[in-house]
Design a protein around this ligand. Structure first.
Ligand code: SF4
Length: 479
């Protein structure tokens, strides 16, 4: 469900796993709490105690689910995996909440997945024709069905066999009775890191989830790598044909937490560097730089430093709005963006401002924010965007509107500037973004990252339409 008053792309999931710690369930709850920004609709943990798997999967925020009502205490065992989920449309239903679990020949398998399979439709049709009965609409269950039908042994080989048939983006964690497994798809689109806490191994979508439990960062799981963690230690496998690395560049722009490091780069530093590049590419004659909080803050700092303009908090964000108004009445909807953001009038009155945000999706919020700062007395508004124009939908685990609803797909730069009513509008160039992440430039035809929502250059051509995904979500609600 898209949060009201929010015109952002949304990461759809975060994953976490622990192998060999007495407090594994509580550590997993904390890890998921640190990954809450990757999914706010539901969360779940599966634990294994040497004999039995136990699961707690619920709709809601991690703190509400695992904070104090005893769900953590019901989870037993030193090995766990967990998941936070953002659902794309409609309400969340518990059977879609991960980790999913199934008893296969050879033992139990729990699975949690961040990403999106681009051939899920074909696979699902085939599996249903063969007699598979799906309980959920998630891609994760497709992987489980494929593993269940595999003739390979043991379960790790079944999982490899299943993953060789899927296409798209996945960073997943899996738990068997003896193993914690972490896998990244061959393109490495979504992040996954390895950490250690005492003698326990940790897997997490981002390093901020290691920090919260005091774990040490060991390394990123490589693109196409499977790590298998047992009592004996950790093994690394490369079971898939190698592909060019296409890590999601939008993780640096918006998705990942600024205190995380992904693929060797600190996210906060990259965002500041993007702001500095923007200041060089698109300077503005102005009195101050104002971020759209929170996501525009690091880029605005970088812009201010590079341009020599003062940085001010001209817009204040209310951090406590959100779920309370998830089904807003007309009266509340009318308040719109003001529920979340308020102009700091004393700073804005009579000033020419550079307004910095991370991206423009539909443009509806941007338009209202420009209106708000003008109403507060800003005399000029120069809008600077810390990503190239978002012209294409994402098929790799990020909730994006249809292409036709993206402002940059519908309009050219002048049209967008007029639509949001800014005095000037500029987006960072693709090469500028690549420079900010430490590359000399984007290699045309062979980009070093996935940047498909800016370029349309998809690492794997999607075979599933967004319409198919919407139908799946609809089915989840009515079945
Ligand atoms: Fe990331 Fe955009 Fe690629 Fe999706 S299409 S994985 S959001 S860069």
């Amino acid at each position: 469900m898209t949060a009201p008053f929010d015109d952002k792309l949304h990461e759809e999931c975060g994953v976490f796993g622990v192998f060999g710690h007495d407090d594994a369930p509580a550590l997993t709850a904390l890890g998921l709490h640190a990954l809450q920004h990757r999914g706010q609709e539901a969360a779940g943990i599966v634990a294994f105690d040497g004999n039995h798997f136990t699961a707690e999967r619920h709709v809601g925020l991690v703190g509400d689910i695992f904070g104090n009502d005893g769900h953590v205490a019901k989870l037993k065992g030193r090995n766990t995996i967990g998941h936070v989920r953002y659902s794309t449309t409609g309400g969340s239903v518990v059977r879609n909440v991960q980790p999913l679990f199934a008893d296969l020949t050879g033992g139990g398998l729990a699975l949690a997945h961040n990403g999106n399979l681009t051939n899920a439709r074909q696979l699902r049709r085939q599996l249903v024709a063969e007699g598979a009965i799906f309980q959920s609409t998630s891609d994760t269950e497709t992987i489980i069905h494929l593993a269940a039908r595999s003739h390979y042994e043991p379960i790790v080989e079944k999982l490899i066999d299943a993953l060789k048939r899927v296409e798209g983006a996945y960073s997943l964690v899996a738990l068997t009775s003896k193993k914690l497994i972490g896998v990244r798809d061959p393109y490495g689109v979504r992040p996954l890191v390895l950490g250690k806490l005492d003698n326990a191994f940790i897997l997490a979508s981002e390093t901020c989830a290691l920090d919260i439990i005091g774990a040490e960062f060991v390394r990123d799981i490589a693109a196409g790598e499977m790590v298998v963690i047992t009592k004996e230690g950790i093994e690394s496998h490369k079971p898939f044909p190698p592909k060019p690395n296409r890590f999601c560049i939008f993780e640096y722009v918006y998705f990942a937490r600024p205190d995380s490091s992904v693929e060797g780069r600190n996210v906060y530093d990259v965002r500041k560097a993007i702001g500095a590049e923007l200041a060089h590419e698109a300077p503005a004659a102005a009195d101050m730089v104002i971020p759209v909080p929170d996501s525009g803050v690091p880029a605005a700092l970088g812009f201010a430093e590079a341009s020599g303009l003062p940085f001010e908090l001209g817009i204040i964000r209310n951090h406590y709005v959100g779920r309370t108004f998830i089904e807003p009445s007309d009266t509340i909807r009318h308040l719109g963006v003001k529920l979340k953001h308020n102009a700091n009038r004393a700073k804005l009155k009579g000033k020419r401002i550079v307004l910095v945000d991370d991206s423009i999706v539909r443009g509806t919020t941007s338009k209202k924010i420009v209106e708000m700062v003008r109403d507060a007395g800003a005399t000029e508004v120069h809008f600077r965007i810390a990503s190239p124009p978002t012209t294409h939908s994402c098929f790799y685990g990020v909730d994006t509107p249809n292409k036709e609803d993206l402002l940059a797909h519908r309009m050219n730069l002048t049209g967008m500037r007029d639509f949001i009513n800014a005095d000037s509008l500029a987006f960072i160039s693709m090469d500028g973004l690549y420079r900010a992440v430490g590359e000399a430039k984007r290699l045309s035809g062979a980009p070093q990252f996935c940047d498909a929502c800016f370029s349309g250059d998809y690492p794997v051509e999607p075979t599933d339409s967004r319409e198919f995904r919407r139908q799946l979500s609809f089915l989840a609600e009515v079945v």
